[in-house]
Design a protein around this ligand. Structure first.
Ligand code: HDE
Length: 699
């Protein structure tokens, strides 16, 4: 693992066929195989008879294949992952914890991150509306720490015992296994309507957060409340946050729906392409800390996973960063077999009495038993980088071999004695616990509407509109009136206008009075706009250049250079894949440019911006219905659109909307209106092009 400096166990397991010392085919037992194409048969040379079961080579191959699948994850089945490293900036977190991974700036801790969707199965699409998993395995020198988070800071339920109910409700319905990759169905909305603690998370998933543009543009949250400890015995409550360097951006719902069909692997490709192109995804790592003594100082319970800790009350402290810099070599042994467990913590980090976290600590180990077996920790991607020395033995698929006669403690030879806490052994904080055994929830856990309202109030008007549209879409897919009637009642307690709008859309009874007043509170970090990077960037943003024969080459080159030096990814889209010729070129001399895709091959939804150079090729483009739709759709999705010279007239014709201003054709100025950037002079000077900027996040 050259890039991250520290070794991972994978190094010893990796087989690189291009550099293998021997390059021939063997059986699983290492016996050279002479034929992998023909099963052993009875034959007299002309007539071919039945197969012979004796063929151990064929049997091994087919039987291995028969057992290639393991159970997919019961939730978060679809995912992808990458390796990287984590570093803290300085010692500032030492006042809270003695965990070196969080306090020692000389450490570069290797990590593996798996991103996922929750509802769909392994083969579902990437861009569905859903929560995204954001699970990080830190391979620290003190052992593995798994921070198993999501891209949304709260959860649907407060109690782990409700998890099977929630998952059954959101997953495809039992009688027909419908729907796949979405929560737009009766059972989900029935459950959340009757379980109002889910209202806060429902608001987040129905907002633009539910359809991220890229894993690289998502926040990550540990969600649960953990604890940090100092050696002097102080305890702090902590929440963990990841903030993407690129800002937080989403797709439009219409784009997400279309991409699900056009390129169901959109997010996983985006992640790997960025890493391949050296645009390494990066997140700031922040903590929110509450001293143990202040646990009860808030009007919400800080151990309730359906609540955030508003940043105005508990500010974020940035302590480090994570960079992803390496793709897995092979999907199954790495991404599919990686196994996380919230109980995997290291000295200096502990749990709280958050009832959701306590249940998770049990559930993750348990699920790995059914998915991977009891020795899941020995699989290459799960192995710690520090020594593992203990008296655990046996079980299916045991890899490790421990010599000697001792497999218990205490033993007469003092083999593998436990380390006392002061010597680095894991130390459970000595909390005093008293009480009566009861099935009960804390008092502040009963309040469910303040924070969904805070979230809704904090959104920009267009974000609110998207949220109304999303809930309306989902409830429109519920055909049982009881379900949409119940949910509009829940919305009444969040915001009256929101409830009325949704009720009107979905044919529910429009409420005549609010469930409660809107307290009018807001919190800036809840809107995605808060995360706009200070410097706009087009790094790894996908730009489509629409061309046909007759485009202006000089101008095309200038724009191309400007975009590629800003590290945008440029795709030339033409009438067919292959050569497209600029104006003034004899078609036989081969001086065209190569179109990467044809107009049908890659639609506008797969790009962040569109540029149409000037030239008489525009006449050809204008005749093509797909191109016209391409540009209209890009405009409708608020993409940045660049047009020069003749292309402006083309744009003006097809995007004829009041309020959209276009350049006059004799103007040299660069002008922007509704994300449409135009330069109006036909013979364009390259200096003018240099000023052309395509800003991300215009949608
Ligand atoms: Fe999970 N969750 N979860 N979850 N979860 C799983 O473990 C569970 C919860 C999260 O990429 C399962 O290995 C319970 C919150 C992620 O491999 C399972 C409860 C959060 C992943 C499980 C929760 C998560 C999982 C299924 C409520 C955000 C994918 C497969 C008490 C902080 C990890 C597996 C990966 C996976 C149980 C709630 C995030 C069944 C019981 C809250 C990112 O064990």
């Amino acid at each position: 693992m050259a890039s991250t400096g520290a070794p991972t166990p994978l190094q010893t397991t990796l087989i690189d066929p291009t550099h293998a010392s021997a390059n021939y085919l063997t059986s699983d037992q290492g016996v050279k195989v002479s034929d992998t194409d023909n099963w052993l048969k009875l034959s007299d040379g002309t007539q071919v008879g039945p197969l012979i079961l004796e063929d151990q080579v064929a049997r091994e191959k087919v039987m291995h294949f028969d057992h290639e699948r393991i159970p997919e994850r019961v939730v978060h089945a679809r995912g992808t992952g990458a390796y990287g490293y984590f570093k803290v900036h300085d010692h500032r977190a030492s006042k809270y914890t003695y965990a070196p991974v969080l306090t020692d700036p000389s450490r570069k801790t290797p990590v593996f991150v798996r991103f996922s969707t929750v509802q769909g199965s392994r083969g579902s699409a990437d861009t569905v509306r859903d929560v995204r998993g954001f699970a990080t395995k830190f391979y620290t020198q003190e052992g593995n720490w798994d921070l198993v988070g999501n891209d949304i800071p709260v959860f649907f339920i407060q109690e782990s015992i409700k998890f099977p109910d929630f998952v059954h409700a959101v997953k495809p319905e039992p009688h027909n296994e419908v729907p796949q990759g979405q929560s737009a169905h009766n059972n989900f909305w029935d459950f959340v309507g009757l379980q109002p603690e889910s209202a806060h998370m429902v608001m987040w998933v129905m907002s633009d957060r539910g359809i991220p543009r890229s894993f690289r543009m998502m926040q990550g949250f540990g969600v649960n409340t953990y604890t940090l400890h100092t050696l002097s015995g102080e305890q702090f409550f902590v929440k963990f946050h990841w903030i993407p360097e690129l800002g937080v951006y989403s797709l439009f719902w219409d784009e997400a729906l279309k991409i699900s069909g056009q390129d169901p692997d959109f997010h996983r490709k985006d992640l790997y392409e960025a890493i391949e192109n050296g645009a390494l995804p990066k997140w700031k790592f922040c903590i929110q800390v509450i001293p143990a003594s202040k646990e009860h100082d808030f009007d919400f319970d800080i151990l309730d996973a359906t609540k955030i800790w508003p940043e105005e009350l508990v500010p974020l402290e940035e302590i480090g960063e994570m960079v992803l810099d390496r793709k897995p070599e092979e999907f199954f042994p790495e991404v599919e077999q990686v196994a996380f467990c919230t109980a995997n913590v290291i000295p200096g980090i502990g749990f709280s009495d958050d009832p959701l976290l306590q249940g998770r600590n049990f559930s993750y180990f348990d699920t790995q038993l059914s998915r991977l077996g009891v020795n899941w920790q020995e699989l290459p991607v799960n192995r710690p980088v520090c020594p593992v020395l203990n008296h655990q033995r046996d079980g299916q698929m045991r890899h490790r071999i421990t010599s000697g006669t001792i497999n218990y403690w205490p033993n007469r030879k003092e083999i593998f004695p436990p380390v006392p806490p002061k010597g680095g052994g894991y130390f459970s904080y000595p909390a005093k616990v008293e009480g009566t055994k009861q099935r009960i929830r804390g008092g502040k856990f009963q309040e469910h509407y303040n924070q969904p309202q805070l979230f809704y109030n904090s959104l920009a008007p267009f974000e609110k509109k998207h949220l109304v549209d999303a809930i309306s879409f989902e409830l429109d897919h519920c055909d049982d009136p009881v379900v949409y009637q119940t949910y509009t009642k829940v919305l009444k307690y969040i915001d009256f206008e929101l409830a009325k709008k949704v009720a009107a859309n979905v044919g529910s009874t429009i409420p005549d009075k609010p469930g409660r007043e809107n307290l009018g509170k807001t919190s800036k970090p809840l809107s995605q706009l808060y995360y706009e990077p200070k410097e706009p960037t087009v790094v790894e943003r996908r730009v489509a250049v629409l061309v046909a024969d007759g485009f202006n080459l000089e101008e095309f080159k200038a724009v191309h250079n400007a975009l590629s030096s800003a590290k945008a990814k440029i795709f030339i889209i033409g009438p067919h894949r292959g050569e497209v010729y600029p104006s003034g070129v004899d078609y036989t001399d081969g001086k065209g440019i190569r179109a990467d895709h044809h107009f049908e091959g890659q639609r506008s939804t797969l790009f962040d911006a569109v540029y149409i150079p000037s030239g008489y090729h525009v006449a050809e483009l204008a005749k093509n219905g797909r191109v016209v739709q391409y540009v209209r759709e890009a405009f409708g999705h608020c993409k940045a659109i660049g047009a020069v010279g003749h292309a402006i007239a083309f744009l003006r014709d097809i995007v004829d909307l009041p309020g959209v201003e276009f350049q006059h054709e004799d103007s040299k100025e660069v002008k922007t209106s509704y994300g449409v950037v135009t330069i109006g002079k036909y013979e364009v000077e390259t200096t003018a092009i240099d000023t052309l900027q395509i800003k991300p996040g215009s949608k």
